[in-house]
Structure formats: C-alpha cells, structure tokens
Unconditional design. Structure first.
Length: 114
C-alpha cells in the first residue's frame, strides 16, 4: 500500500456546522485535514459542538493513516442522521492533532466558513 500524506493545519477564520436547521457547532479553532487527493475535511473541537444533539453509534471504521474512528448520529427535529459524525479518540501519531475533534459527513450536514 503506497503511503498517503496526511496534512493537518489550522483553518483560521470561524466555521459553522448545521443540521436540520440547527447550528450544531461554531468554532474559530477548527483544523483542516488533507489525506492524499481526497477532499479536505474540517474538524471541530469537541468543546465547540453541541454534544446533546449527538448519540454514540456502534459503527467504527479503521483508517491505516488515522486509526480507528468512532461514529455518532445526530438527532434533529425531524430526523436522525445516522453515523453523520466521526472522531478519532486515539489517532495514530501522524494524525494526533485531530484527537478530541469531530468531523461531519458533508452529505448529511452543512459545514461552512462564516
């Protein structure tokens, strides 16, 4: 398997994540993770996300470049967005900067810079 370069940088600016008409998080401390030629992913510090809307899921996945991801579903007024959030609780060393951060599925929520 060829090595994939992981790059993590501070985004600057303020970012927001919305689902079902509600703001789930807003932060000026987000980081952007680039993995090879995949689209960049914005990660929010856990303390800047309304965790009351999130319910832990049984789903996990393993990435050879980041480690084991744990998932959460989002409860909105009208729906449950299954496995729409993930987090690397104990990432491998090359991705250590995303520990304690959450990422959101762009097909289920809106993540944008303000």
């Amino acid at each position: 398997m060829p090595a994939v370069q992981i790059r993590i940088r501070e985004t600057g600016g303020k970012w927001v994540v919305r689902a079902g008409g509600a703001i789930l998080g807003e932060s000026g401390k987000t980081v952007e993770l680039n993995e090879g030629d995949r689209p960049a992913v914005i990660y929010f510090p856990r303390e800047d996300v309304a965790m009351a809307f999130l319910e832990p899921s049984n789903q996990t996945t393993t990435c050879p470049y980041k480690g084991v991801a744990s998932y959460y579903s989002i409860h909105t007024k009208s729906a449950v967005l299954q496995n729409a959030v993930w987090s690397y609780e104990n990432p491998i060393e090359t991705a250590d900067r995303i520990k304690g951060y959450l990422a959101f599925d762009p097909l289920q929520v809106t993540v944008e810079e303000l």
